[in-house]
Ligand binder design. Structure first.
Ligand code: AHM
Ligand code: MG
Length: 338
């Protein structure tokens, strides 16, 4: 046998690893009350993300980049891909039947699917939209809750305005050089990389942990002159005095993911420009806070943990500080001293 044939044979014989499907199945025993339905919900999200990934990959080839000439609830220009991703995730979740209601960053109100589903999903279908046109990493963020109302009753805002603490699962998909799905069900964090030739997510980052200390700080420093809380500017000065690296992509999922893997802190404070912060509690902050805590990190709005905030509006925003535990402690000290 020629050496190249031998190599090819050994490559084919290599195990592909644990696929997302198999992983979900192996964890079903953790949810004895609703094993099958919850697993199906995760599969629905994964499937929709594969379609969105396909669209993103051909975004330069067809006319789906750029904005659609409308604004979403937060006043942002909606991008064509935002709209496509919203349609895709909403459709996948509606068809599955496990989800009773969906609230999306791209729509004003929640959708009551009027079915027997037990779950509520809050989703940012495509986060980091300002990066779509420039071929930079973007993401999807999702939170899953149990519905509050009884099955059969119409949904109300109460079903959606639940504290982050009530999430039963949360995750994100990062559409980057490779596409990844990272999620938690409250029992650690696991990351899966999309193997395009197989069309499968494969477990690549089991039991992810956020280093207790890192050397990266991520903030839009263009906002510095708008910051009111001196504690935050003092903390940034501290980062610089320690020679930390400033890294800011402007796509929350990508900034968060990098800091999760390498250790670091992400800061989006409230400031004169965004008096209540810019990032959305339901669609962005809650899910990442659940994930970071499960990985050993912390997330707060500067005064309390993100997961303890009682939302009062679907689209409310919050200041967000999130990352490595010791860095969060240093930040809190600076805030408290002020
Ligand atoms: P989007 O959901 O409309 O895309 O906005 C959220 C994005 C985050 O991904 C990112 O962290 C932040 O906005 C960047 O904001 P800025 O451009 O002000 O730095
Ligand atoms: Mg967003």
């Amino acid at each position: 046998m020629t050496p190249s044939l031998q190599m090819e044979k050994s490559r084919i014989a290599l195990p592909i690893g644990i696929t997302l499907d198999r992983f979900i199945k192996s964890k079903q025993t953790e949810y004895p009350s609703a094993a099958g339905e919850f697993s199906q919900l995760l599969r629905d999200l994964a499937l929709a993300s594969k379609v969105v990934n396909r669209e993103i990959n051909k975004a330069g080839l067809v006319d789906i980049m750029g904005n659609i000439g409308q604004q979403n609830k937060g006043g942002d220009e909606q991008q064509k891909l935002d709209v496509l991703a919203n349609i895709r995730f909403t459709r996948a979740l509606s068809k599955g039947g496990e989800v009773a209601g969906i609230v999306s960053e791209e729509t004003e109100d929640f959708i009551d699917l009027k079915n027997k589903g037990k779950y509520i999903v809050a989703i940012d279908p495509l986060d980091g939209s300002s990066n779509i046109d420039v071929n930079v990493s973007i993401g999807t963020i999702f939170s899953i809750f149990k519905r509050k109302s009884k099955v059969g009753q119409p949904l109300s805002k109460k079903d959606f305005l639940q504290k982050g603490d009530c999430q039963i699962a949360a995750g994100y998909i990062l559409y980057g050089p490779s596409t990844m799905m990272v999620y938690t069900t409250g029992n650690g964090v696991n990351g899966f990389t999309y193997e395009t030739t197989l069309g499968e997510y494969v477990l690549s980052h089991p039991d992810m942990k956020c280093k207790t200390t890192g050397t990266i700080y991520s903030m839009n420093e263009g906002l510095t002159s708008y910051i009111i809380n001196k504690g935050i500017t003092n903390y940034i000065a501290l980062c610089k005095s320690r020679d930390y690296s400033g890294r800011y992509i402007g796509s929350l999922v990508a900034d968060f993911h990098r800091n999760l893997l390498k250790g670091g802190i992400f800061l989006y404070p409230s400031c004169k420009k965004y008096p209540k912060g810019k990032l959305r509690l339901l669609f962005e902050a809650n899910a990442l806070a659940f994930i970071v805590e499960q990985a050993g990190g912390e997330a707060s709005d500067g005064s309390k943990p993100i997961l303890k905030i009682q939302p009062t509006q679907l689209h409310e925003t919050t200041a967000l500080f999130i990352g490595s535990k010791n860095m969060m402690k240093d930040l809190q000290k600076c805030i408290n001293k002020n």
